[in-house]
Design a binder for this molecule. Structure first.
Ligand SMILES: Nc1nc2c(ncn2[C@@H]2O[C@H](COP(=O)(O)OP(=O)(O)OP(=O)(O)O)[C@@H](O)[C@H]2O)c(=O)[nH]1
Ligand SMILES: [Mg+2]
Ligand SMILES: [Zn+2]
Length: 300
């Protein structure tokens, strides 16, 4: 079998694209536009793949086993964010006002996938910041790391605090549109524009807002990566069983051991430890409201 140095002998990694057009980074760091075989594509950014050169382009033969896959799912559609990630950074900002429900959903999906998560609260320079910080009180209270920053206005502070958290890991950056995800990536990745390259630019529409998930290396040795993603508005969790939801919300799940019934749904049962904790103010009302909202969706 003939082989070229940048081809299939060593697996590549999907670094951007969507649908059936994906950019694969070969072992020698060259990037090539690849197609998937068949009608349905199941390779996503972060995937390690076997691939073959085919003319100027490539064909993905096989997706190698994943360590994890972060995705959202509504009634009709499954949408993968990325595979093989070490941690999640959810970026929200003082402005635009963020949906706490969407934030909670991202954290639940991460817990379900076994991925550690942190929150970045951006735009500390804006007057609305204090109120946004207050809305995040339940999250830092449950032990989630919340990083207050101004990615644009105080870049040196942000860079110094983020760098050690990102070293040696692949980090998916997720959050609503306009929160500052791409600002964060551009701050940490010196040659971000170069890494996007012509192939990815051709996949993109050229708008300011991010439309394609994109894997960036932070270092020349390619040990640390940041994955920028388009802002999300909805975050369906249909892939999660209603009965598992409380366990994926630590502030709620920690009271479930006090429930009288082992299969308590924490909504109306007598002797419910969660309802008791809620009545005592040990669970934030917004968090319990989100629990019920998602439970109702998963049950239906
Ligand atoms: N005031 C203020 N604005 C900021 C800060 N950081 C980022 N911005 C601005 O917020 C806007 C959105 O930033 P982006 O980084 O493009 O946001 P994004 O999350 O990538 O948005 P999408 O790609 O649409 O999902 C830009 O106009 C930034 O200049 C900050 O610290 N303070
Ligand atoms: Mg962006
Ligand atoms: Zn209960």
């Amino acid at each position: 079998m003939p082989s070229s140095p940048s081809s299939a002998d060593t697996p590549g990694r999907v670094v951007s694209g969507h649908g059936r057009r994906l950019v694969v980074e070969a072992a020698d760091a060259s990037r090539i536009l690849c197609h998937t075989r068949g009608k349905k594509s199941d390779a996503v950014v972060g995937d390690r793949v076997d691939w073959q050169a085919s003319g100027d382009e490539g064909v993905i033969e096989r997706v190698l086993p994943r360590t994890n896959l972060l995705y959202r799912q509504d009634d009709f559609k499954t949408k993968a964010f990325a595979a093989n990630i070490d941690q999640l950074l959810v970026v929200v900002a003082a402005e635009p006002v963020f949906s706490e429900s969407q934030l909670a959903r991202a954290l639940i999906a991460a817990a379900d996938a076994g991925v550690a998560a942190r929150i970045v609260l951006n735009k500390r320079d804006l007057p609305a910041f204090a109120e946004a910080r207050e809305r995040l009180a339940p999250y830092w209270a449950m032990g989630i790391d919340v990083l207050d920053m101004a990615l644009k206005k105080e870049p040196d502070d942000a860079r110094a605090r983020l760098a050690p958290l990102l070293a040696g890991r692949s980090t998916l950056v997720l959050g609503p549109s306009g929160a500052g995800k791409s600002t964060l990536v551009n701050l940490m990745v010196a040659d971000a524009k170069a890494q996007i390259g012509e192939i990815s630019q051709a996949l993109n529409t050229g708008r300011h807002t991010t439309t394609v998930t994109q894997w960036y290396w932070l270092d020349a040795a390619r040990t640390s990566a940041l994955i920028d993603s388009p802002g999300f508005q909805e975050f369906g969790l249909r892939h999660i069983e209603a009965g598992r939801l409380a366990a994926l919300m630590p502030d709620i799940g920690r009271h479930a051991s006090e429930c009288r019934f082992y299969n308590c749904s924490h909504r109306h049962e007598p002797g419910c430890g969660v309802l008791a904790a809620l009545a005592l103010g040990k669970i934030a009302e917004s968090r319990y409201r989100i629990y019920r909202e998602i439970f109702a969706e998963l049950e239906g």
